[in-house]
Write a protein that binds this ligand. Structure first.
Ligand SMILES: [Zn+2]
Length: 329
């Protein structure tokens, strides 16, 4: 294997979450001016790499066991990797083709066949990855148990723009590895706490589902999903397009509502859809999955969710009544 590191420009910066940023080589090939603010980011693992340019929007990724995509080849060329080196990477990769690659291809094909697609969207102009030195942003993500490997941007809150004067974070929405929207979450708890750029029918977190997982957990909020590796419908309802998308994943579904009044509406919808529901017996101050992960950790929260999982309509209704009663007090 070549290590792509060897071909990155000398001037670069490592972020706490494992991204390497450097001046992106793509922009001049995409009608933009040369990046001088290190807006290219690459994350390299044993399994491959993923590149995002926050200047011209170019993205490319490579997964060991898969063919080098057209975009991945272009990026390597722009990084001046010799052509014979690129071909060697491709051959090496195919030799290592594994079951994971086959499953992911199948998933992608299933999405295309079912016509579930979203258009590419740009991230906001100010997007820059959170790094270790930005203690407020970094600390916020740690407090909310967001996995280190999810790329999240900062809102500094220092301009006059009405959307950006408040400090916060920007969470990209991805689908099949492409950016299709985002949400801003502000740190102050004034309304609105979130501003979404979200396409109809979008469900957050499909890219976090591993091919060999049999279950998917459906939650309301983006932080609930991030902290447990779940799917977020981003409000207290599941519309028909979201239902189709979730079904296309072909997993056992468990809906975990917020333990508040809006959450109870989600329970009714889950019953309608014939999906399992879990309402663990959490202490009063634990209102949602993210609270639970903060309190108990990810593994224990998962255990609570699976222990409280109900598929029988009658049992779900009973548990809902019990919980609704508690919420009134
Ligand atoms: Zn670029």
């Amino acid at each position: 294997m070549i290590s792509v590191q060897n071909y990155l420009p000398g001037k670069r910066k490592n972020t706490a979450s494992g991204w390497i940023s450097f001046n992106a080589p793509c922009c001049v090939h995409n009608g933009e001016s040369q990046d001088r603010r290190q807006r290219g980011g690459i994350k390299i693992t044993d399994q491959g790499w993923s590149f995002h340019c926050f200047n011209c929007g170019f993205t490319a990724s490579f997964i060991l066991g898969r063919t080098l995509s057209f975009k991945a080849r272009r990026l390597l060329q722009w990084l001046n990797v010799p052509q014979e080196e690129i071909e060697r990477v491709n051959l090496e990769s195919l030799r290592q083709r594994n079951i994971q690659g086959i499953l992911e291809d199948r998933q992608r094909t299933a999405h295309t066949v079912q016509g579930i697609e979203f258009e590419d969207r740009d991230l906001p102009e100010e997007f820059a990855l959170v790094d270790r030195n930005m203690t407020v942003h970094y600390q916020y993500l740690r407090d909310r148990c967001v996995p280190e490997n999810y790329p999240i941007g900062m809102i500094h809150g220092n301009t006059d723009d009405k959307f950006t004067r408040r400090q916060g974070v920007i969470i990209p929405f991805t689908y099949d590895g492409r950016i299709v929207g985002h949400t801003r979450r502000f740190f102050d708890d004034h309304n609105p706490r979130y501003i979404h750029d979200m396409q109809p029918g979008f469900v957050f977190g499909t890219d976090m589902q591993q091919p060999d997982w049999q279950h998917a957990i459906v939650v309301e909020g983006v932080f609930d999903a991030l902290s447990i590796g779940g799917l977020a419908v981003l409000h207290a309802e599941i519309n028909d397009a979201q239902t189709r998308l979730i079904r296309s994943l072909d997993r056992e579904i468990t809906v975990v509502p917020d333990q508040d009044e809006a959450g109870m509406k989600l329970v009714d919808r889950a019953i309608e859809l014939g999906w399992a529901v879990s309402m663990p017996d959490w202490p009063d101050h634990v209102k949602d999955v993210n609270d639970a992960v903060k309190q108990f950790g990810r593994l224990v929260t998962l255990i609570h969710i699976f222990q409280a999982r109900e598929t029988s309509r009658i049992k779900i209704e009973l548990r809902k009544k019990q919980l609704a009663k508690r919420l009134r007090h």
